[in-house]
Write a protein that binds this ligand. Structure first.
Ligand code: UD1
Ligand code: MG
Length: 454
């Protein structure tokens, strides 16, 4: 943005009591990412763009999430909740560094876009001292009303302080706003708590800007974008809006979806060309799907890389750390975790493959299980290229299966299988010719009706 520096302050001190949860409100997730994570992702990044987050007391989990996503961010604690302006001033130290643009965002509005940050900042570059984000509310109850006079933003009136006439205004304050960074501290410090709630309202900044003979303006956006989350029902509504956006973007990028309304994506899901996703698929965070892959119905995929022309499912579960090479086939009721399956591997039915590396073109037979856990530690399994693991085998890790080897069905493999060997670990088959006939004859003899006593 035209060489201007910025500081974004995200307010995340809300207790979120209406969520009825022990988790801080901003850590609840939509589309596989925390509410706060969505906001941090779209806030200005990189050289010249600083970030500060204001959190509540005892919000260590929120601080951890911030450090994970934006290690460059400064965090500030607002010890008492005395209003939005009071929360912003908790980050006074960061404001005093004097960025060109000071942007205030809320941590509980996950649908906000990077474009909105840019539009607010552009208004500052055009000479406004304050740019406020507004939207036309279907039902304005509870929101601050934006009072516009001759095209200028004259004031924001909180519901509790508004006249009957002002309550009819539907242009509402979304909460997000951008200040000219040089004037910001002076304006924020003049805000008092002389209102119905005795809180320091950030919204009073508008009146102060006007008193100073400076210029305040409104940037409008859609109501969907600025949905704030206070309840589990609103969380689900935001999820629905975001999923619709993600599905549309995926289809615009060329993904075929037969019933998109049944497919759940994450914000970071990436797709190659000609990917098909059948109905009822859930894709969690950290998933990439390469060209030509087909995801059949009822798959659940998290933190996994899916190669070109892979066929997955139906009913497959890919857990974190799965990497499927090109042309891999994973069939029904197969679970993988921390598993690298090289090009052309087949695991077609009813298997668990965890903490494993499977070489090119190996075939893992139906019902094969990798026994990776001994109750204390996880151990690794290595299956060489071209190996053929017979159905219903157990590979007891740590163990290596040599390239090109065969394992007879039903084997429990506890020791290394040499390359190109056949290993069978099961008892010899016992054959007794004619036994069944003799057995049946004997049983029928027993069942003959007993002669009556009289
Ligand atoms: C605020 C706006 C209102 C706007 C609405 C949009 C003010 C005074 N009012 O009202 O004009 O229409 O948002 O949703 O700004 N927060 C703190 N510390 C505090 C108070 C709030 O961190 O002491 C945080 C909250 O966690 C939340 C945000 O600031 O993320 C907004 O606070 P909230 O109490 O929801 O304000 P509203 O009454 O909804
Ligand atoms: Mg609110």
């Amino acid at each position: 943005m035209s060489g201007r520096t910025s500081l974004t302050i995200v307010l995340a001190a809300g207790e979120g009591t209406r969520m009825r949860s022990s988790l801080p409100k901003v850590l609840h997730q939509v589309a596989g990412q925390s509410l706060l994570g969505h906001v941090l992702e779209v806030a200005p990044h990189g050289e010249g763009n600083a970030l500060a987050v204001v959190v509540g007391p005892d919000h260590q989990a929120v601080i951890d999430e911030i450090k994970r996503l934006r290690p460059d961010a400064a965090t500030f604690v607002q010890r008492e909740r005395k209003g939005t302006a009071h929360a912003v001033l908790a980050a006074r130290e960061a404001i005093a560094n004097g960025a060109d643009d000071l942007v205030i965002a809320f941590g509980d509005t996950p649908l906000v876009t990077a474009d909105t940050f840019s539009r607010l900042r552009a208004a500052l570059a055009d000479g406004a001292t304050l740019a406020v984000l507004g939207f036309r509310a279907a039902d304005p109850t509870g929101y601050g009303r934006l009072l516009v006079e001759n095209g200028e933003l004259a004031a924001i009136r909180e519901q509790a302080d508004a006249s009957e006439e002002e309550c009819k205004v539907t242009l509402c304050n979304a909460g997000m706003m951008a200040f000219d960074g040089r004037a910001a501290l002076k304006i924020l410090e003049r805000i008092d708590a002389a209102n119905a709630k005795s809180e320091y309202y950030l919204t009073d900044a508008v009146g102060i800007v006007r008193e100073l003979g400076l210029h305040a303006t409104v940037i409008e956006t859609s109501e969907d974008e600025v949905r704030g989350i206070n309840t589990k029902a609103q969380l689900a509504e935001a999820e629905a809006v975001l999923q619709t956006q993600l599905r549309r973007a995926a289809m615009e990028a060329g993904v075929t979806m037969i019933a998109p309304e049944t497919v759940f994506l994450s914000r970071d899901t990436t797709f190659g060309r000609d990917v098909t996703i059948e109905p009822f698929v859930v894709i969690g965070p950290g998933v990439s799907i390469a060209d030509g892959a087909v995801i059949h119905s009822f798959c659940h995929i998290v933190q996994s890389a899916i190669g070109r022309n892979v066929s997955l499912g139906p009913y497959a579960r890919l857990r974190p750390g799965t990497s499927l090479g090109d042309g891999v086939k994973i069939g029904n009721f197969v679970e993988t975790k921390a598993a690298v399956l090289e090009t052309g591997v087949k695991v077609n039915h009813l298997s668990y493959v965890g903490d494993a590396h499977v070489g090119e073109k190996a075939n893992i037979g139906a019902g094969t299980i990798v026994c990776n856990y001994d109750g204390f530690d996880k151990h690794r399994t290595e299956v060489g290229p071209g190996a053929f693991v017979g159905s219903n085998s157990s590979l007891v890790a740590p163990v290596k299966v040599g390239a090109g080897s065969y394992i007879g069905s039903g084997s429990v493999i506890t020791r290394e299988v040499p390359e190109n060997a056949l290993v069978v670990e099961r008892s010899e088959q016992v054959v007794r010719p004619g036994w069944a006939e003799r057995f049946r004859a004997h049983k029928q003899q027993d069942r003959k009706p007993k002669p009556s006593k009289d």
